[in-house]
Design a protein around this ligand. Structure first.
Ligand SMILES: Nc1nc2c(ncn2[C@@H]2O[C@H](COP(=O)(O)OP(=O)(O)O)[C@@H](O)[C@H]2O)c(=O)[nH]1
Ligand SMILES: [Mg+2]
Length: 343
């Protein structure tokens, strides 16, 4: 069952998907397409021409209300992702450009409408109306690039991962096939939501866990990102990963001790060091996974390394688990929750 998308203040993707930012040309086309051709008298005709231009220009920029709210309320986690692609000043000045244009367009509509009413004949009414429409359009045209920037911002925001930066978060990591997806599936309320990770070929998976009615935590998997040394990442991936620092989180590293583990045990533990730098020293826990099919030597070695890492303070604690079993997976989540988030 796919979890229904819920409207929340933090979920920029949800909000952004409902915002449409038109291009300047799109607005212009609409204005041309709706140009009034006839009316009962010349005054009414010229006013309706001016009004039509004004209404379309104004209504088509109504998005600014929702978008300003969205940008103002954007968590630093999402800002970090946004800054990968955009300059914050460009965004702010684009928003201002549209707001100012709307004030001006309204002023022109009121002023020129009034002048048309006082026009002395069809020729003068037509001239005033044309001048008014021209000023409305040139005001809008000055926001051409602002519209383009905000349009791509909205598209970018609509792809943000469904992560609530304010919610307690467990960031899972581990070499390929250590059981990250299995763990998330075992403990999540519904299918984890998968989103593309900004500007990487990687995806981000977010699962939600309800410990009871009040306590919700989220579990995040960024396959192929956190398990690599920084030098293997391109600058965009590095920035995308850096944003994870903003989460109210703790890291859980899975170690595969089955005979088919893809990496030797000691190499699997090396990920701790990358994790610490990516997550600016968030607490790290280790889950020694697949104990149901463990290779005895691997298991023993993993426990030794984990114990040592714990002694020197590299990790907070370690647990043995079977991610494939709901109870086992959940008990690890609960232990971490009780240690880190319960107050
Ligand atoms: N026996 C057993 N298999 C597991 C366990 N956890 C994961 N697996 C298996 O390990 C394989 C890789 O798991 P997956 O979750 O896809 O790993 P990921 O690459 O880290 O996401 C899958 O075939 C899982 O069924 C476990 O606790 N016990
Ligand atoms: Mg996976």
């Amino acid at each position: 069952m796919i979890e229904k998308e819920k409207k929340t203040v933090w979920d920029p993707a949800y909000i952004a998907k409902r915002i449409h930012v038109p291009t300047y040309d799109e607005i212009l086309e609409k204005i041309k397409g709706r140009y009034p051709r006839r009316s009962k008298d010349y005054i009414t005709l010229e006013i309706s021409r001016l009004e039509s231009t004004y209404n379309i220009a104004y209504n088509k920029t109504n998005f600014i209300v929702e978008l300003s709210k969205l940008v103002d309320g954007l968590d630093e986690f999402f800002w970090d992702l946004v800054r990968i692609e955009f300059n914050e000043d460009d965004i702010r000045s684009s928003l201002r450009c549209i707001k100012k244009a709307r004030r001006l367009m309204r002023k022109f509509w009121e002023r020129y409408r009034f002048q048309i009413l006082g026009a002395e004949g069809p020729g003068e009414a037509r001239r005033i109306s044309k001048e008014g429409r021209g000023r409305i359009l040139s005001t809008l045209k000055r926001c051409r690039s602002a519209l383009a920037i905000l349009r791509s911002l909205v598209i970018f925001l609509s792809k943000m991962p469904a992560i609530d930066p304010k919610m307690p978060t467990i960031i899972v990591s581990g070499a390929p096939s250590t059981g990250k997806s299995t763990l998330i599936r075992s403990v999540s309320r519904a299918q984890p939501r998968v989103s593309p990770y900004p500007f990487t070929t990687k995806e981000i998976k977010v699962g939600h866990i309800s410990l009871n009615d009040n306590i919700k935590i989220q579990i995040v998997d960024t396959p192929g990102l956190l398990d690599r040394p920084p030098e293997d990442m391109n600058p965009i991936e590095q920035k995308a990963v850096a944003a994870l620092r903003r989460l109210q989180g703790t890291a859980l590293l899975l170690i595969d001790v089955s005979p088919s583990a893809t990496l030797p045990i000691d190499s699997q533990f090396k990920i701790i060091d990358y994790l610490k730098s990516y997550l600016s020293n968030k607490p790290v826990y280790v889950g020694i996974n697949k104990v149901d099919i463990a290779d005895k030597d691997f298991l023993q070695l993993a426990e030794e390394i984990a114990k040592e890492r714990k002694n020197i303070g590299d990790i907070k604690d370690y647990f043995k688990l079977k991610a494939i079993e709901k109870e086992s997976a959940m008990s690890v989540i609960l232990k971490i929750y009780n240690n880190e988030f319960k107050n």
